[in-house]
Design a protein around this ligand. Sequence first.
Ligand code: ATP
Ligand code: MG
Length: 405
Amino acid sequence: MSAIEVSLGVEGLGKRYPGAEDGARAVNGVSFEVEEGKFYTLLGPSGCGKTTTLRCVAGLERTDSGTIYLGGTVVSSHQPNTFIRPDERDIGMVFQSYAIWPHMTVFDNVAFPLRGVSRSKRKMRRNEIPAHVMQALETVQLAAFADRPATKLSGGQQQRLALARALVRQPKLLLLDEPLSNLDASLRELMRTELRRLQRQVGVTTLYVTHDQSEALSMSNRVAVMENGKIVQEATPRQLYRRPATRFVATFVGRTNLLDATILGKGRGETLRLDTPAGVLEAICPTAIREHDQASLSIRPENLRLHAQEPSSGTANVLPGTIDYVLFLGESAEYHVSVGKQLLISRQHPDVELRRRQEIFVEFPTEHCIVVSDEHGTTPETQHEPDDESEARMDDSPLSALGSA
Ligand SMILES: Nc1ncnc2c1ncn2[C@@H]1O[C@H](COP(=O)(O)OP(=O)(O)OP(=O)(O)O)[C@@H](O)[C@H]1O
Ligand SMILES: [Mg+2]
């Protein structure tokens, strides 16, 4: 057994809704593990099975196959048939419509789960409730609002109230289903940092669901990308961005230039030569790939280098191009560039000044050329990548910027 405790385990989860077409499974063989105290995200487009997975973990849906463990206990399995009811699973939840009760005060909303009968924990004595509620409200910095009607809170405050209610029983696991999607863009960004700071502070193992890749990349220890009811890649945010395993992941997680490529043969050093619509390029390829194989070359817009003059003759992967379009965005400038038959997007520092129709040289740095093949995988990592994002200090709360409105 590993020294790190697994808090949530899902093995071979399958779920088909009644009435769905033959073979159409909402979730089709999903397996993952979340370590104690970590923030784990299911990321994928609409309809890929994220909510269904979460609801199966919560016990709100019966599974068709697979096993779910919570803190070492089987809560759902077939052969033998086990099903632990949702209120016995010791889970806190916040959903997209965070469903706070409008006729109650802030205090009563948080006290509600403590007053109800729960099978997973003993019912709390009446005189213990206020201290627990106020502690949860303090955690989300809403203690001063305890007596307010819940409807008289801002969107961000209502979101934090829903979180306090989910955390007040100190659950083993926190489930969050797109909890920020009702907020406007700037509040959503603030709450992203705030939610992550809170999760670290409380230390609760968290399973988060979103279709928003920047939420997933910025908040998670690990991310599982889902497509059509399956996990197609599971990695740290950095690995996911640097080494997408399939074409789908390369385009879904971040923006990229994806070039069709045919393997020609050996290039310089470890590289192979690839024929692409931009021209011949060299890249390190997945080890199993062979001459004549088809693949895709992915290069992120921020990694393409644009030169007004031809770089020195030793520089690899330089092709002539023309600037079609310049989009000045303030913090960066976006260049649309034609290279051979390929249109490329390049993101540059705003100080770079190149003009429309200018003839330039485009450099595809070899270390940033990632070859992706759905059959053979992706370019291997050359440097050691940590299994977990470093736990950056997040002591500075951005809450003060929210104001009290
Ligand atoms: N109650 C239901 N009855 C029948 N089919 C359902 C039900 N809920 C979801 N589905 C179907 O199951 C599939 C997965 O749905 P799910 O809600 O898990 O997707 P999702 O990844 O959460 O999507 P979104 O990002 O839109 O919330 C979809 O094809 C959906 O239409
Ligand atoms: Mg959903």
